[in-house]
Design a protein around this ligand. Sequence first.
Ligand SMILES: Nc1nc2c(ncn2[C@@H]2O[C@H](COP(=O)(O)OP(=O)(O)OP(=O)(O)O)[C@@H](O)[C@H]2O)c(=O)[nH]1
Ligand SMILES: [Mg+2]
Length: 296
Amino acid sequence: MKAGYVAFVGRPNAGKSTLMNKLMGQKVAIVSDKPQTTRHRITGVRNEPGGQIVFIDTPGIHKPEHRMNQRMVDAAVDTLREVDVAVLVVDVTEKPGAGDRYVIELLGSAKCKVIVVLNKIDRLKQKNQLLPLMESYAKALPVEAIVPMSAFHGDGLDALVKELLAALPEGPPLFDEEYFTDQTERTLAAELIREKVLRHTRDELPYMTAVVIDQFEEPAEPGEPTKIYASILVDHQSQKPIIIGKNGEMIRLIGTEARADLQELLQGKVFLDLHVKVRGDWRDDERLLDELGLRR
Ligand SMILES: Nc1nc2c(ncn2[C@@H]2O[C@H](COP(=O)(O)OP(=O)(O)OP(=O)(O)O)[C@@H](O)[C@H]2O)c(=O)[nH]1
Ligand SMILES: [Mg+2]
């Protein structure tokens, strides 16, 4: 039997969390079309007849401009020291740049094995565009395998699982068969709300918002709702009316969509109370970052 740790790493927006969710068969990481969606490490365990794979989703590696971003990048880089295999997720529709070279350098000096996933192939007009990319990654890094993928459509998943099991060391399972993820309901709730904020905001706003759960009350009796009180933090006073929207339309939309997801997550009724709070420079506030669960 095989068992080991596998990290998804790469540039922001490459599809790491989409891939993680597909491999877990359930949403453990939020996804959006904005870069820098994932802010902390997320662990999930998948049991296979051939062994156990412990996945770790990490924030996209980018140039950090705030304490928050430094913690995000550190979380990704530190993870490389703890895993058996790093899966480098690459968006094939993006031109390679300095950021990609930096990630390749990091992986080159890491001790773990590397598998490259060339993601979003559904968006390639010509499949022969893949070959030069495969060649360049094979040249740039000692790789175990290069797997073309459409994480969104689930194409290439089986091939990746096969390569992962081949690359992992022999050993007994690392986690109990029942263990699924390290994400608590409280964390997932905050993340699902943040996902809706990301979905409905543009420009700088997605980067300047965070979600804090102020209170999470389990139902006292069966059939009663779980009561969740949460705050959406913004950086400036001027951003508050954007999140609230005209006549409160925006925050109602965010609330409605988040509540639907939360009810599915918690398998029951949810009462959701959302507030918008201004916390200037929260992205550099170490205490708040601790509270948000971003590792130092
Ligand atoms: N067309 C297409 N889109 C994809 C695919 N995989 C992911 N996406 C989209 O790419 C965007 C980013 O996906 P995420 O999974 O959030 O990317 P990520 O690498 O986790 O991003 P960060 O957390 O910001 O580092 C989302 O809009 C996804 O729906 C794919 O295979 N095909
Ligand atoms: Mg992500």
